[in-house]
Design a protein around this ligand. Structure first.
Ligand SMILES: NC(=O)C[C@H](N)C(=O)O
Length: 336
């Protein structure tokens, strides 16, 4: 019987690291072959093809590399002999890469991103088990049409929903509102729920100049003005609670909007949608009246990725709003 073939793209991250004795800290060091050799018995399940993309820690991967990785992934997905793609990635920026790829790849084949929280010098290195679980997920026909998936600690999460929640735990990737889509048990992926909609933004590039500003108690307008003056095209405002900011930031918001900088707002709370429910100075209503877009329930770093893509497609504020929070360009999973 022919086995399914999985393309495995290596980008770096802790899964490829060991402790360098001279530095006394972890750096990328394992070769692709060394990592693969630790995933014992995987050849019984799938044929694999390794693709070397980079040896980068997560924080060294920016939107440009994410987009290149998306292109490399697309090339693999277009091949008939490839059943699915697995990507090894540093966990620090994994959710941003996963989300960028989820929004820009329209394929029914599984794309699964994994990593590790412990490097290969540590007791309990979780790289091999995560990689094995990712391959099991990529070869399952059940994984088709579910968008980009994040697999660590034997859980499958949607790129759309997942975020890194814990600096050290193996169980760090969480879909905070509704939990994982499924689990990997006994080398098999079992789904408990589906995502209703996926979103596709048809772009070949992204707008680089999008900043993120977090609102803190007593903050003024200086950071927002700085972003505008150095050429930001968009700013993600990580506001307080339901979507409010200190009054002294209002001047900066007005300045940004006068200068055609798109402001999209999300909350610094880890769970919940933003809404313009407060009318006091700096409250959500005063922001939406100025033209600030209320960005749903995404964490700031993911809303930033989405705005970067949206700004590459259109500069029209209503169209941008539709891409960020509208329903019309979302497509049902089963239409693929
Ligand atoms: N666990 C990890 O992969 C964290 C590491 N700092 C990285 O993102 O490369």
């Amino acid at each position: 019987m022919t086995k399914p073939k999985v393309g495995i793209i290596f980008t770096g991250g802790t899964i490829s690291m060991s402790i360098d004795k001279r530095i006394g800290a972890a750096i990328p060091s394992l070769s692709n072959e060394q990592i693969m050799s630790l995933v014992t018995n995987i050849d019984k399940y799938a044929d694999t093809e390794s693709i070397s993309f980079s040896h980068s820690p997560g924080p060294h991967i920016g939107p440009k590399m994410m987009f290149e990785l998306r292109n490399t992934t697309l090339e693999l997905l277009q091949r008939e002999d490839i059943t699915g793609v697995v990507i090894l990635h540093g966990t620090d920026t994994l959710e941003e890469t996963a989300y960028l790829m989820d929004l820009t790849i329209k394929s029914s084949k599984p794309v699964v991103i994994t990593g590790a929280m412990r490097n290969s010098s540590e007791l309990g290195y979780d790289g091999p088990s995560n990689l094995a679980a990712a391959v099991c997920t990529a070869i399952s026909s059940e994984s088709k049409n579910r968008g980009v998936l994040v697999v660590l600690n034997n859980e499958v999460n949607s790129a759309n929903e997942v975020t890194k929640t814990n600096t050290v735990s193996l169980d760090t990737f969480k879909s905070l509102k509704f939990g994982p889509l499924g689990i990997i048990d006994n080398d098999e992926v079992i789904y408990y729920r589906d995502i209703l909609y996926r979103q596709f933004i048809d772009v070949q590039s992204f707008e680089e100049k999008v900043d993120l500003v977090k609102a803190v108690a007593g903050m003024d307008s200086s950071i927002i003005k700085f972003c505008v003056d150095r050429g930001a095209k968009g700013i993600i405002l990580e506001a307080m609670g339901r979507g409010n900011i200190p009054p002294a930031m209002m001047e900066g918001i007005k300045y940004a909007i006068e200068n055609n900088v798109v402001i999209a707002l999300t909350s610094r709370c880890p769970i919940g949608r933003v809404y313009d429910s407060y009318g006091y100075e700096g409250g959500g209503k005063t922001l939406s009246n100025l033209g600030v877009i209320f960005g749903g329930d995404l964490p700031g770093q993911k809303l930033r990725i989405k705005l970067m893509l949206a700004l590459n497609k259109t500069r029209d504020i209503e169209n941008i709003k539709n891409i960020l929070v509208g329903n019309q360009i979302k497509y049902r999973v089963d239409t693929l």
